[in-house]
Design a protein around this ligand. Structure first.
Ligand code: ATP
Ligand code: MG
Length: 239
């Protein structure tokens, strides 16, 4: 179909009774969830709730101990930005040209494209600096620039703004909006309720390794199905 909407093009991601058990300890209770369409899903919950585990399962970095995690269709092109960015011992620019090389971009276009992405994320003056000496916020933006270049159909972001100043946080949020506008499906964790209100189409709440609720954002914030969600929104749910 010539005018197929992005949300029809991205296959759904399904969790069916997917759990994570480590040394006899259940870290994630059997989880059944479906992520459909080209939406922005925000995953929330206190520290240790299982958000990063869910993201790693979704991205295929971790296999469930039981149950299944699968795409209903051809697995889409994916990128992940980790809670602690993973960068190569190279300059900021070379981190990007390397990612382009791996993805098969002809060498002539690598530098121009990488520089465009550095500019997009306000990193042009830092292009020669070793990525590993960049500040936390700069590293986070470099990781996003790398993801931007790969034009993923699905982007996983694990607390991309946790350590950022307000301006950098806004820049990351704007990037999330731009990714989505380009047709990228977003799955992102955050501790920031206001950020979730600004960005989310739907929200998943985890608590102690359990799924508490998965609702459309409006419902989640106004008339949640679970009293635990209410407590979380009111700031009364500690862990
Ligand atoms: N490799 C591992 N070995 C043992 N325990 C683990 C491992 N990975 C995660 N856990 C435990 O599983 C639980 C969930 O971890 P997870 O990283 O998913 O939490 P989170 O919701 O992302 O928390 P935060 O908000 O602090 O990032 C935690 O109690 C953590 O200690
Ligand atoms: Mg985490």
């Amino acid at each position: 179909m010539a005018h197929q909407l992005p949300e029809l093009a991205i296959p759904a991601l399904r969790f069916e009774g997917a759990s994570v058990v480590h040394r006899g300890q259940t870290l994630l209770q059997p989880l059944t969830l479906s992520f459909d369409g080209c939406r922005r899903t925000l995953v929330m919950g206190p520290n240790g709730a299982g958000k990063s585990l869910l993201m790693r399962l979704a991205h295929g970095l971790l296999l469930p101990s039981a149950g299944q995690v699968y795409w209903k269709g051809k697995p889409p092109r994916q990128a992940m930005v980790f809670q602690r960015p993973v960068l190569l011992k190279r300059s900021a620019l070379d981190n990007l040209t390397y990612a382009l090389a791996v993805s098969g971009t002809p060498w002539r276009s690598r530098k121009p494209l990488a520089r465009e992405a550095l500019a997009r994320f306000g990193l042009s003056p830092l292009e020669r600096r070793p990525a590993r000496v960049l500040s936390g916020g700069e590293q986070q933006r470099l990781a996003l620039a790398r993801a931007w270049l790969l034009a993923p159909e699905v982007l996983f972001l694990d607390e991309p703004t946790a350590a950022l100043d307000p301006a950098s946080m806004r820049a990351v949020e704007a990037a999330v909006v731009d990714f989505h506008a380009r047709g990228t499906r977003i799955l992102m964790t955050t501790h920031d309720l206001n950020q979730a209100k600004r960005l989310a189409d739907d929200v998943v709440l985890l608590h102690e390794g359990r799924l508490i609720e998965h609702s459309d954002a409006e419902r989640f914030f106004t008339t949640p199905a679970s009293p635990t969600t209410r407590a979380f929104i009111d700031g009364d749910l500690i862990w």
